[in-house]
Design a protein around this ligand. Structure first.
Ligand code: F6P
Length: 498
């Protein structure tokens, strides 16, 4: 189904023309309770849509589009584990990792595999795992790239100071990252964890080989294989690589790489923060799953955010979206969302392989606030391209006993207001000269979690996953394959074998 052929598509174009003549400031004037009326909450995550360039009738048409594109049916197919990733003929069933599916056998298998990696994480945290020479493992290096790195790295850092063995992430094939991890490591007490869904990814395997070589060079007698753990959906490949069978942790191939932090790929999170917090992360995501699965479209946060995403790209012509986390611990959020959204929705054919006549994924980019205010915010306030912004922060900062946290929160609000209404919010009597004026009219969504804890984070990331999925449904594309990245890999193989 081509959404742009639907009558509601034309209605939305008209809404855009009508709203373009309005300003966000006028929408606030016309609706004094706008902030309250446009704030929705789900699983503890609150989204204030009042600074989005939207009104009731445009929203009604967006929801009509969602119904016409059968969002509710697709949602059911996602949760039922149907093969909605049709190009790879498999489900995209990451929700099963946190919301146990009705099928008892699948549910039990997932729980058993979860127990295996959580138990290993707990043993490592308790200093119960020894290397080949009897030394307690005190350093763990996690190798992975893309989805096998970004999510685990984001959550590990977002949950605050880690405890347990020293933990390093290595993604880049540039030796600098691995060298830094190895600089203070001792081969006898270091564990290498290779995280790769396919177990063929060149960067990951080349880095693991380099680390094994480092071990062998420094400790000749060391049985390096005993220092190796693999996390993969291709266990035979990991065993062929030399990983002992009992050290291969698995997850099903229907978990997409960028949706995999809830699986054994989340091992670094459990290692750094413990089993209980990992389970809270899953519980938060499950709460968002429940909301997404059951809330009517008009109150459904992932649906509302997805509808806004389509609104800005296809009707307002805004082809980028910034994500500005106002929390240092969320500094990896933009990178994680770039992969989630751009790898999922960066597509130009529909589900039947027909070329699209409309745009899909915006360019997602971002930087942590407040530092971003002193760099890219110039572009956001006065640049020629308007770019919607997701402000993501923690409601608890608003009344934190720490003054700088309160300032952080106030900064986020101040920026959102300035983008929306420009100089007018200052209430200044005198007009500014042209070069200094900011006119506002730049939309943003203000998203908060109550605290930066595991449960809230789980709900927040699940919200973004579902938002991405709903956008893909509205665009009639498959969000779960990524064939575009293959050509580079194929060309490299060609160069290597030339
Ligand atoms: O090259 C892109 C990609 O396939 C991503 O989709 C994936 O997250 C990443 O590489 C890593 O893949 P793997 O987990 O199989 O090593």
């Amino acid at each position: 189904m081509n959404p742009s052929q639907l009558p509601v598509w034309r209605d939305l174009q008209q809404h855009q023309r009508r709203l373009a003549a309005q300003s966000l400031a006028r929408l606030f004037d016309a609706e004094p309770q706008r902030a309250q009326r446009w704030t929705r909450e789900a699983a503890g995550v609150r989204a204030d849509l009042s600074r989005d360039l939207i009104d009731e009738s445009a929203l009604a048409s967006l929801l009509e589009l969602a119904r016409a594109m059968r969002v509710e049916e697709w949602r059911a197919r996602l949760f039922n584990g149907e093969a909605i990733n049709h190009t790879e003929q498999r489900p995209a069933w990451h929700t099963a990792l946190r919301t146990p599916p009705a099928d008892a056998a699948t549910s039990a298998a997932l729980a058993a595999e979860r127990d295996r990696f959580l138990a290993l994480a707990e043993q490592l945290r308790a200093g119960q795992i020894e290397g080949a020479t009897g030394k307690t493992i005190d350093t763990v290096i996690c190798f992975g790239i893309g989805g096998s790195d970004l999510g685990p790295r984001l959550v590990t850092e977002a949950l605050g100071a880690p405890s347990g063995p020293k933990l390093h992430f290595v993604a880049n094939i540039d030796p600098v990252e691995l060298d830094a991890a190895l600089a203070h490591a001792n081969p006898g007490s270091t564990l290498l964890v290779a995280i790769s869904k396919s177990f063929t990814t060149l960067e990951t395997l080349a880095n693991v080989r380099a680390a094994l070589e480092w071990m062998r060079e420094r400790a000749l007698a060391l049985d390096a294989a005993r220092h190796l753990v693999a996390i993969t959906s291709m266990p035979a490949r990991a065993r062929a690589f030399g990983v002992a069978a009992e050290r291969v942790l698995t997850f099903p191939d229907w978990v997409g790489g960028r949706y995999s932090l809830w699986s054994a790929c989340g091992f670094p999170i459990a290692l750094a923060h413990g089993r209980a917090r990992f389970e809270q992360l899953l519980a938060g995501a499950a709460a968002m799953d429940l909301h997404f699965a059951t809330a009517p479209l008009a109150d459904n946060l992932p649906v509302l955010l997805a509808a806004l995403g389509v609104w800005y790209v296809n009707f307002c012509g805004l082809r980028a979206r910034a994500v500005m986390p106002y929390a240092q611990r969320l500094r990896h959020l933009p990178g994680y969302l770039q992969q989630l959204e751009m790898e999922s929705c960066g597509k130009s054919v529909d589900r039947d392989g027909a070329p699209l006549s409309y745009d899909t994924s915006p360019i997602v980019w971002g930087e942590v606030g407040t530092t971003a205010q002193h760099s890219v915010f110039q572009f956001l306030h006065q640049g020629t391209h308007a770019c919607p912004v997701d402000f993501v922060t923690c409601a608890g900062f608003a009344d934190s006993p720490i003054e700088r946290e309160r300032l952080l929160f106030m900064n986020a609000l101040a920026q959102a207001d300035a983008l929306a209404c420009g100089d007018r919010v200052l209430g200044a009597a005198q007009a500014k000269p042209a070069h200094a004026a900011t006119h506002g009219g730049r939309p943003s969504t203000f998203i908060t979690v109550p605290q930066l804890d595991a449960r809230s984070l789980g709900a927040l990331l699940a919200l973004y996953e579902h938002r991405t999925f709903v956008q893909s449904v509205l665009w009639n594309i498959n969000a779960f394959d990524q064939f575009g990245v293959e050509i580079g890999k194929q060309l490299l193989t060609q160069r290597l074998t030339r």
